[in-house]
Design a protein around this ligand. Structure first.
Ligand code: AGP
Length: 609
């Protein structure tokens, strides 16, 4: 997944593009580049590594341009070296393009273009786009028709921004499956893969839909379908302030986003209340038309889906299957018009999840997206969208998106239960009341941690561990999985989440005094069972770290270390129980000195399958 920024307007494009690329660095950061139109020609600069390498190069020059495009790369084709960094140009150097996505037919296009005399400099799929436009220009009256003809020959996913000396005051863009958003300024316009890139300049945005192209000038923008027919589209006002997209004084975005959870949960509850209360209809889906639910998601969002299964089955009595999106479309699932497929995705751009939604729609299923990004691809593909109102989640490790996904699924299961006459109104009200108390309970825990640093202390005594086991039961088994994922993805320590009842079927062989075992041991229907699991671990000299409630004396007496969270309804306990595990992973990674927000090999949204 890469970051694209384009600018055309009155200011110096170089500064605005570099500033924008920095705000997108979480999208991919193994190389970066920029192309500017200067004195009628295109100047291109690109560097391996972080954006600051490119910035140092540019600061040595006195460059002024009103138009340009820039790119941060997360390599999919070709090593992350200077020559493979975007932008890429045609043979003449009069066309420059940046791209996010994968051109699936690039090798045959490349062969054909080489046979026509084109010379390639990189190993990327992207470079074919520039040469394809150059080739089409030979039989086109002007640049835009050539641009559209070239784009129509592409197979795969793309967000493309192009500049050319032939129309030196325009940026040409196209999108299919990879996000691209126009920022509408005053005497200046922007284009970017994600909103934070231009949010400090304007809060007016226009996401492009699949197979749309656009021409952007400093005072104008025109959107067309892929056949060249102009389309009327209305920009929307971004509800986020830039501050929300900045670190707000925390050391890392991840810590900021962990501490934003009370607000994010409260906003998600209030943002979704209207349809739960019935004042706003969920027009895209009719609960009377489906008799089964399938949930598709990846990573952390998949763990939210596992919790959603408990909710929907318990409150609406509908059967639920939960699939990893990357597996779903290959297992020949039974999907028909009576199936509701729920796609859970923070970014709304995860290629596997998007592909699963498209697969389900082809089979006649109704699709519902639970998503955090307005106007993202999965939201536009789905029949109905339920937004999480977590605000921008910049850190690669997902935290507030997860808790708000679980909140949204909880609310949706109440709605389903009500619509299917399984839940009486008073039961819905009772559960909703407990949900609405959650933000303050999470706040209490976070304030306690800020004061006492209990979790940070535990992290300090365990950060040298080489392995860890996380166990939980029932609705907290997915929390064991999520806690383990948090640790491994930012501290690179091998951690495994396991159902506590499975220990005796194998994993207990792993237990010894070097293996920390994190146990989710809060009050609920399986509390006694989890107590015996703690005994099993202790009997093998395992070091137990427990997430538990203040009243759970039996737990606190038995374990090496414990973290107290306020007791809540068992079904809501995952939302608060995950918070100490997020903080535990954060501090362990920080003690190890790793780049918490941009862990190695990972990107915030995986837009490649
Ligand atoms: C979570 O911490 C990871 N960054 C990753 O597993 C993520 O949840 C997954 O890639 C799905 O992303 P999405 O929610 O944007 O679809």
């Amino acid at each position: 997944m890469c970051g694209i920024v384009g600018y055309v307007g009155k200011d110096n494009a170089k500064n605005i593009i570099i500033d924008g690329l920095k705000r997108l660095e979480y999208r991919g950061y193994d190389s970066a580049g920029i192309a500017l139109i200067v004195n009628g020609g295109i100047r291109t600069f690109k560097k391996e590594g972080k954006i600051r390498n490119l910035e140092c190069e540019l600061n040595k020059l006195h460059l002024f341009s009103n138009i340009g495009i820039g790119h941060t790369r997360w390599a999919t084709h070709g090593e992350p070296v200077d020559t493979n960094a975007h932008p890429h140009s045609d043979c003449s150097g009069k066309i420059s393009i940046v791209h996010n996505g994968i051109i699936e037919n690039y090798s045959e296009l490349r062969k054909e273009l080489i046979s026509k005399g084109h010379r390639f400099e990189s190993d990327t799929d992207t470079e074919v786009i520039a040469h394809l436009i150059e080739e089409e220009l030979k039989n086109s009256p002007s640049f835009f028709p050539a641009f559209i003809k070239a784009v129509r020959k592409l197979k795969g996913s793309y967000a493309i921004a192009a500049i050319t000396v032939y129309e030196a005051d325009k940026i040409f863009v196209a999108r299919k499956d990879s996000p691209l958003i126009i920022g509408i300024g005053n005497g200046e316009n922007f284009v970017a893969s994600d909103i934070p890139a231009f949010l400090s300049y304007t809060n007016r945005a226009l996401p492009l839909d699949d197979l749309e192209v656009a021409i952007i000038g400093k005072d104008s923008f025109q959107v067309f379908d892929i056949k060249g027919n102009e389309k009327e589209k209305e920009p929307f006002t971004i509800p986020w302030s830039l501050a929300q997209a900045e670190k707000a004084g925390y050391k890392h975005f991840m810590l900021k986003e962990i501490y934003e959870q009370p607000r994010a949960i409260a906003d998600t509850i209030s943002g979704n209340l209207p349809w739960l209360k019935g004042s706003v209809p969920l027009e895209g889906i009719n609960p009377k038309t489906f008799n089964r639910v399938q949930i598709v998601a990846c990573g952390t969002s998949y763990h939210a889906g596992l919790i959603g299964k408990f909710y929907i089955e318990n409150f609406s009595h509908l059967p639920v299957e939960v699939d990893l999106a990357s597996e779903y479309r290959y297992r020949s699932p039974v999907v028909d018009e009576k199936t509701l497929v729920i796609a859970i995705t923070q970014s709304g751009e995860t290629a596997d999840t998007l592909a699963a939604v498209k697969f389900a729609k082809k089979k006649g299923a109704k699709t519902l997206a639970v998503c955090n990004v307005i106007g993202s691809s999965v939201t536009r593909e789905s029949d109905q969208v339920l937004y999480t109102y977590a605000g921008p989640e910049i850190s690669v490790a997902s935290t507030k998106a997860f808790t708000t996904q679980v909140v949204t699924l909880f609310m949706f299961s109440l709605w389903l239960g009500k619509m299917r006459n399984v839940l009486k109104d008073e039961k819905v009200e009772e559960l909703l009341h407990e949900l609405m108390e959650l933000p303050s309970k999470v706040e209490d825990f976070l304030n306690g941690e800020k004061e006492r640093g209990t979790v940070k202390e535990i992290a300090e005594s365990f950060y040298k561990a080489k392995n860890a086991l996380y166990i939980g039961r029932h609705v907290n088994y997915p929390i064991a999985l999520e806690g383990a994922l948090k640790l491994k993805e930012i501290s690179y320590i091998h951690a495994e989440g396991y159902p506590a009842g499975e220990m005796k079927h194998g994993p207990i062989a792993l237990i010894d005094e070097t293996m920390p075992v994190v146990v989710v041991a809060t009050k609920g229907s399986v509390y006694e069972k989890i107590l015996s699991n703690i005994e099993e671990v202790k009997a093998r000299k395992g070091k137990v770290i427990a997430v538990t409630n203040p009243e759970c004396r039996e737990v606190k007496e038995k374990v090496e270390a414990f973290i107290e969270v306020p007791e809540v309804n068992e079904f809501l306990s995952p939302i608060i129980n995950i918070v100490p595990l997020q903080i535990l992973a954060y501090h362990i990674a920080d003690f190890l000195g790793y780049d918490v927000d941009q862990p190695r090999n990972l990107a915030k949204s995986v837009t490649v399958k």
